[in-house]
Design a protein around this ligand. Structure first.
Ligand SMILES: Cc1cc2nc3c(=O)[nH]c(=O)nc-3n(C[C@H](O)[C@H](O)[C@H](O)COP(=O)(O)O)c2cc1C
Length: 196
């Protein structure tokens, strides 16, 4: 018996879960596989077809350089960071073989509100997670303070003033089987609207 495309699609959606970044190791997606993943990720709803996003690949030796720069910025922000904070940052950037930063492009636009373009960039992040998992990799969407630190974003990552970081998507081979977490009960979230 063949499995219907609907069943396969819903199974992929229903099995998505994040693999913590510290549990992601090499190999990650190679160049062609990454392009295949990005091809799915760019199929987002996009009001006005603005394509309000772009990607930065962080891989290889550059991961350590970015970790060093991020740690240096942390030490500028906080003279005594919390215990373990430096190691956590370093692990987050150097353990996964590949991280894709999803950058939201939010310049002047007469018609499409910034929030809608941010929503499109966030949809890209979700599709990256789905597509990476479909290719057999684990992935996790992270932000944290580095995603909002303008000096780090502009001087180190090269974002323009009208760009934001929607998130970083770490990808790699899961080192553990991640147990699912409890998911919301959709029925409890659903009400019917009726006229007042
Ligand atoms: C916009 C956004 C930012 C996130 N940033 C972080 C983060 O910085 N650190 C973290 O541990 N989890 C972060 N998460 C949560 C994880 O990506 C993930 O959703 C969570 O571990 C739950 O796993 P699940 O995707 O299997 O539900 C973020 C999620 C979103 C949507």
């Amino acid at each position: 018996m063949t499995t219907s495309p609907t069943t396969l699609t819903l199974a992929a959606l229903d099995s998505r879960l994040s693999v913590p970044t510290r549990q992601l190791a090499a190999p990650g997606p190679d160049h062609d596989t990454l392009l295949r993943i990005l091809r799915s990720a760019v199929r987002v709803p996009d009001h006005g077809k603005r394509v309000p996003f772009r990607f930065l690949r962080i891989a290889g030796d550059d991961r350590k350089a970015l970790a060093d720069a991020t740690i240096a910025r942390l030490l500028q922000r906080e003279s005594r960071p919390a215990e373990g904070a430096i190691e956590k940052l370093r692990n987050r950037l150097t353990l996964p073989p590949l991280t894709i930063a999803v950058i939201a492009r939010l310049g002047e636009d007469e018609k499409i509100p910034v929030s809608e373009r941010q929503a499109t960039a966030s949809c890209v992040c979700l599709l990256l997670l789905q597509a990476a998992q479909a290719e057999g990799f684990g992935a996790q969407w992270l932000t944290g303070w580095p995603a909002y630190d303008r000096p780090l974003l502009e001087r180190t990552l090269g974002l323009a003033p009208d760009e934001q970081l929607a998130g970083t998507i770490a990808m790699g081979t899961p080192q553990v089987e991640v147990p699912d977490r409890e998911r919301p009960d959709p029925a409890s979230l659903l009400t019917d609207w009726s006229p007042a």
